[in-house]
Design a protein around this ligand. Sequence first.
Ligand code: PRP
Ligand code: URA
Length: 206
Amino acid sequence: MLHVLNHPLITHKLSLMRDAKTTTKDFRENLDEIAGLMAYEVTRDLPTKDVEVETPICKTVTQQISKEIVLVPILRAGLGMVNGILELIPTAKIGHVGLYRDEETLLPHEYFGKYPKNLQDAVVMVVDPMLATGGSADAALTLVKAKGAKQIKLICLVGVPEGIALIEKKHPDVDIYLASQDERLNENGYIVPGLGDAGDRIFGTK
Ligand code: PRP
Ligand code: URA
């Protein structure tokens, strides 16, 4: 299922990130803040279990989150979303999947993978700012499923119909969360209007 958050705070911060004049520092800070705001929405349906606690007044039964959370950023750009989500879920474990998109073919290439144990029992959140052709997200979702992940959410900042359609077709079991749905891909596979190359803007590599 696709969830487009379209929240004024998120849209405002995203507009700052879209601006080509925004510095690396401000780009990073806004990405961090948006990831935190998105985490609030994305965690709305986390499973809970009853627990008994003793307040200063009496015993009571209340609820705590019952499943472990695993974040899986797609390197590099996904790293820019990790700290913002950890602010809300400081106990989350973190896996890493290294993928880069070939500039000619636009196909993803895997160069790294390291995951916590017991993905099958966790809620796994794959994070990457950009959902363009969807090739990288598709590869990351296939990899975490091969490691046992069953309950998976894909969290991206900006996505386009092409990428959304690929993930919905190949991973109908995965919930997709976007801050914004953009128009289309251009002839170079970049999102329009988008925000440019997310990895380069986060790490200042161009
Ligand atoms: C970007 C982005 C996604 C991918 C999206 O990464 O962060 O991972 O492209 O494109 P797709 O949907 O067409 O696969 P990139 O490959 O540029 O690597 P980087 O994060 O290291 O810059
Ligand atoms: N990857 C990016 O970083 N930006 C795009 O617009 C598309 C893919």
